[in-house]
Design a protein around this ligand. Structure first.
Ligand code: KG4
Ligand code: ZN
Length: 338
């Protein structure tokens, strides 16, 4: 089955052609346009600008993926497109385009939940992963741990009470004037560090329930930066900045891995899947490997270009779903439930 996957839920516009076969999905072509330069001066995504930019990028992104694959629209078997959650303007542009193309070519099509897409990114490297799996989906908008009985279902186990982990990276990069987007820059800076600064204190919850919180981490970072004159302007080459970045990502990786052993015991999970933009983080990848080995879990973390938002993951998820029964009345949904 040949599937065209389209994703534009936030600031990336991406298309991919995937061949789904008995051995799982194979990526034939992928294009992606980032809007980093557009949003960089604002230090974060401006929704209205993102939506307008998608309209301009969409045609070239889709045509580029089809050209790379050497295929025309008519040769496809299915179109899969992100339906939500995300920024509604960003979602609408691509969702409408997908419906229009499907209508014109008479193709089956399917709307995909963004998080099911992130889960299925792991299918490219590990199609035979044993289930059930613990799925940690961690990005700029989500920090959620699920139990996945298979590649199409997610049952929530634990999530952040406030910010997503990616926010802590992005805000830290902003406070240290490292640039935008923050995650990869903090990661590079941390890897250059001779050692980590002091760790951050983990939040404690009065109700005793296992969960995450990252807003206090942002404040903790702010206070440390303010305590050292000139630090916010010192730049990525400064050993104090590097030490703080190292400490931040060690803390985040530590917190994210902490509940895994207990949930493995509780659920009998056989695998650990980590996906979403923050899954690119070098420290998290290393800690996840240690944790999985210690617990005897199979580990699946997609290659970095498939961890961040991309069309391939939407195609891979869309290949496993039933195409839309009532196609044209259905619309994008900024808060789409799982
Ligand atoms: O999945 P994604 O592309 O978009 C959302 O659905 O949010 O994730 C983007 C997030 C951003 O917060 C970005 O800073 C973070 O992933 N990120 C990283 C790294 N690469 C991207 N965070 C830490 N380390 C990285 N290497
Ligand atoms: Zn995402």
């Amino acid at each position: 089955m040949l599937v065209l996957g389209l994703e534009s839920s936030c600031d990336d516009c991406s298309a991919a052609v995937v061949r789904e076969g008995p051995d799982g999905p194979r990526l034939l072509a992928m294009t992606r346009k980032s809007q980093d330069e557009l949003h960089g001066p604002f230090g974060g995504v401006v929704p209205e600008l993102a939506a307008r930019e998608h309209l301009l990028q969409l045609r070239g992104v889709i045509q580029g993926a089809l050209d790379q694959a050497g295929l025309g629209l008519r040769e496809l078997d299915r179109i899969a497109v992100t339906q939500g959650p995300g920024l509604v303007g960003s979602l609408l542009s691509t969702f409408s385009a997908a419906k229009a193309m499907a209508w014109r070519e008479g193709l089956p099509w399917v709307g995909v939940h963004h998080l099911l897409g992130h889960l299925n990114a792991a299918r490219f490297g590990a199609p035979d992963l044993p289930f059930p799996a613990l799925a940690l989906l961690v990005s700029g908008g989500h920090t959620h741990l699920y139990l996945a009985p298979d590649w199409t279902r997610l049952q929530l186990l634990q999530k952040t009470r406030d910010d997503a982990a990616g926010e802590a990276f992005d805000k830290t990069a902003r406070m240290l004037n490292l640039g935008y987007p923050g995650g990869p820059l903090v990661d590079t800076c941390a890897r250059a560090a001779a050692g980590a600064a002091a760790p951050f204190t983990a939040p404690r919850f009065r109700d005793g329930k296992s969960s995450w919180s990252f807003s206090g981490l942002k404040t903790g970072m702010k206070l440390r930066i303010q305590a050292e004159p000139g630090l916010s302007e010192a730049g990525a080459g400064d050993p104090r900045v590097q030490g703080l970045c190292r400490s931040l990502q060690e803390t985040v990786a530590d917190w994210l891995m902490k509940p895994i052993p207990a949930f493995r015991d509780e659920t009998g999970a056989r695998s650990l899947i980590i996906s979403g933009g923050v899954a690119c983080n070098s420290e998290l990848r290393a800690r996840a490997k240690e944790t999985a080995e210690r617990l005897g879990l199979a580990l699946a973390i997609p290659e970095p270009r498939l961890c961040t938002d991309n069309g391939a993951m939407i195609a891979a998820a869309g290949a496993l779903l039933t195409p839309q029964a009532d196609p044209w009345s259905c619309n994008a949904d900024a808060n789409l439930p799982l």
